[in-house]
Design a protein around this ligand. Structure first.
Ligand SMILES: [Cu+2]
Length: 164
């Protein structure tokens, strides 16, 4: 303990000594005349590009993709080749909104052959775009959703809504 402290102090003294020596001697390399390029900082001029719209209206619960409430909105990210989340719960006999957000680089869609009202649900989103649709759940059970683009479902783009 004492030894370490002594060593520490010694190093400190050495550093101070070195600094003093440096300041004292006239090293010609150290001339501060070289004008500083400080003026050219790129001063972040208003970043017009930020694409993220601040969640107008729809409250998404944002919890690990777990569930959506009646009348609520769930955001589903689609990319090659998966949905996130690919499983969530929804209340029976209700209606909720799916916001399909394509974070990939090819066209994806969100398809349910028959939702709770017996209707086919199909929305598409171009890369970087998002689309919304309403889904009716009907009685308790499971609704399967998938991407109907050729080969995408088999590659992993499918999921389930547990209606309960
Ligand atoms: Cu797809």
């Amino acid at each position: 303990m004492g030894k370490r402290l002594a060593l520490f102090l010694m190093i400190g003294v050495m550093i101070l000594g070195a600094l003093a020596a440096c300041g004292g001697s006239t090293t010609p390399a150290e001339s501060p005349a070289a004008s500083s390029p400080a003026a050219s900082s790129p001063a972040a001029s208003s970043p017009a590009g930020s694409a993220e719209s601040p969640a107008a209206g729809g409250e998404s619960p944002a919890a690990g993709g777990g569930s959506v409430a009646a009348g609520g909105t769930i955001e589903i990210d689609a990319t090659e080749m998966s949905f996130t989340p690919n499983e969530f719960t929804a209340p029976a006999n209700s209606t909720f909104t799916v916001k399909l957000k394509n974070t990939g680089s090819v066209l994806h869609d969100f398809t349910i052959d028959k939702d709770g009202s017996g209707k086919k649900v199909e929305i598409k989103a171009e890369p970087g775009a998002e689309t919304t649709t309403e889904v009716k759940t009907g009685p308790a059970g499971t609704l399967e959703f998938y991407c109907a683009q050729p080969g995408h479902k088999d590659a992993g783009m499918d999921g389930h809504i547990k209606v309960q």
